[in-house]
Design a binder for this molecule. Structure first.
Ligand code: PMP
Length: 397
């Protein structure tokens, strides 16, 4: 039996692949430190859990509206005004089963086969693969450690062609933790003004894990606001990865309706119970989020300290998210016994198999000189994991 050729267009997420390999090693009895996954190691706050349980008891067991319950769409608008000073109406929002689905919807809704989609590297693993699945071309614009992994207006301008339909980026960024300031976003706006046919996806799912100051959204610039599609969700800010809830906001109603139409055929509305929990999350007490971010901030300092003990890696302190993304290329070409570690993919496999620490190759994010290490793990695991990484790297000849 033959499977569709479309499956060959895109790859399985490297992040999930590493987590699977780590689980297999654990099942064989190895003590594996998992630093590959991007999910808070915290419990969902109690007031949200209560709303979820109440929703079960109040029989939220029926199909919800495809775009989300009206009270949740209103809550999203309230949140966007409160946190971001952005004005949206409920009809500008659409709730999905995770931000991942929000992204898949918006890509399928905006690009034709053969279109170009500009993605600055490093980028979150799924952007390029969903673009490929849609038959479009990811145009990867390489940024570097020297520019703090930020795309400049000149680089953006140079990448735009008549085929460019969409620009996709995240701030704070996964995997680098890069955060764009208001001035840096403002500098990109004139480029987009010159090219009115380009949609802009602004993935803001790490909004709260920002250690340098206020979160800034590119949607704040009036001249381009109606083609900015904000993506956000509950996974990272409220420790709710398993509940699966993401959303978009875009003041172009046609775009929202297009996503609604796609979602209506693929999955219908997001889980009814989760949507009720989401109202409680968005409108409720933000202290648990603040506490979690404080702990991430302390771990970030701890991780920078641990990294400073490893020679010949290059990194700047990340400004957001919960990852470090060091350049480890010094170690490429070195040997573990008889085996040469040629690149980041092989280095990650070496760290997993020999040091029993799971990380993710930078290749998955479009930056082959780096690896991503998550600090959404206990301090004990961070200590153990980074010590093992150091010993393993130092053992290379
Ligand atoms: N965007 C980014 C940048 C992410 O890191 C993730 C999760 N790793 C997502 C979107 C998707 O989040 P979810 O589907 O859990 O809402």
């Amino acid at each position: 039996m033959k499977l569709a050729t479309r499956l060959q267009k895109f790859n399985e997420p490297e992040t999930l692949k590493m987590a699977k390999l780590a689980r297999e090693l654990r099942a064989q009895g190895h003590d594996v430190v998992g630093l590959s996954l991007g999910e808070p190691d915290f419990d969902t706050p109690d007031h949200i859990k209560k709303a979820l349980v109440d929703a079960v008891n109040n029989n939220y067991s029926h199909y919800p509206p495809v775009a989300g319950y009206p009270e949740l769409r209103q809550a999203i608008c309230t949140k966007l005004k409160r946190d971001n000073n952005l004005d949206y109406l409920p009809e500008h929002t659409l709730v999905s089963t995770g931000a991942k689905q929000s992204i898949a919807n918006l890509v399928l809704a905006t690009v034709e086969e053969g279109d170009d989609v500009i993605i600055p590297t490093p980028y979150w693993v799924s952007y390029s693969e969903v673009v490929r699945l849609a038959g479009a071309n990811p145009i990867l614009v390489r940024t570097s450690l020297e520019s703090k992994f930020k795309i400049s207006p000149e680089e953006l301008e140079a990448a735009i062609t008549p085929n460019t339909k969409l620009f996709m980026f995240s701030s704070p960024n996964n995997p680098t933790g890069t955060v764009y300031s208001k001035e840096e976003l403002a500098a990109l706006v004139p480029v987009f003004e010159k090219h009115p046919g380009i949609w802009i996806m602004s993935d803001e799912i790490y909004e709260y894990t920002n250690y340098v100051g206020k979160h800034e959204s590119i949607a704040q610039f009036a001249s381009i606001k109606d083609r900015v599609i904000i993506v956000n969700g509950l996974s990272k800010g409220y420790a709710m990865t398993g509940y699966r809830l993401g959303y978009i906001a875009c003041s172009n109603v046609d775009l929202v309706k297009a996503c609604d139409k796609l979602q209506g055929q693929f999955t219908s509305g997001a889980n009814a119970v989760t949507q009720q929990g989401a109202v409680a999350a968005l409108l409720g007490d933000m202290q648990p989020t603040a506490d979690m971010v404080k702990e991430f901030s302390a771990r970030r300092s701890m991780v920078m300290e641990l990294l400073s003990a490893i020679p010949n890696i290059r990194i700047d302190e990340p400004a957001g998210a919960f990852y470090v993304f060091p350049d480890v290329s010094y170690y490429f070409g070195k040997k573990a016994g008889d085996t040469v570690i040629a690149n980041a993919d092989e280095l990650c496999m070496f760290l997993l198999e020999k040091a029993h620490v799971s990380t993710v190759t930078g290749g998955a994010f479009g930056e082959p000189n780096c690896i991503r290490i998550s600090y959404a793990a206990s301090r004990e695991d961070i200590q153990k994991g980074f010590t093992r990484i150091k010993d393993a790297l130092l053992s290379l000849q």
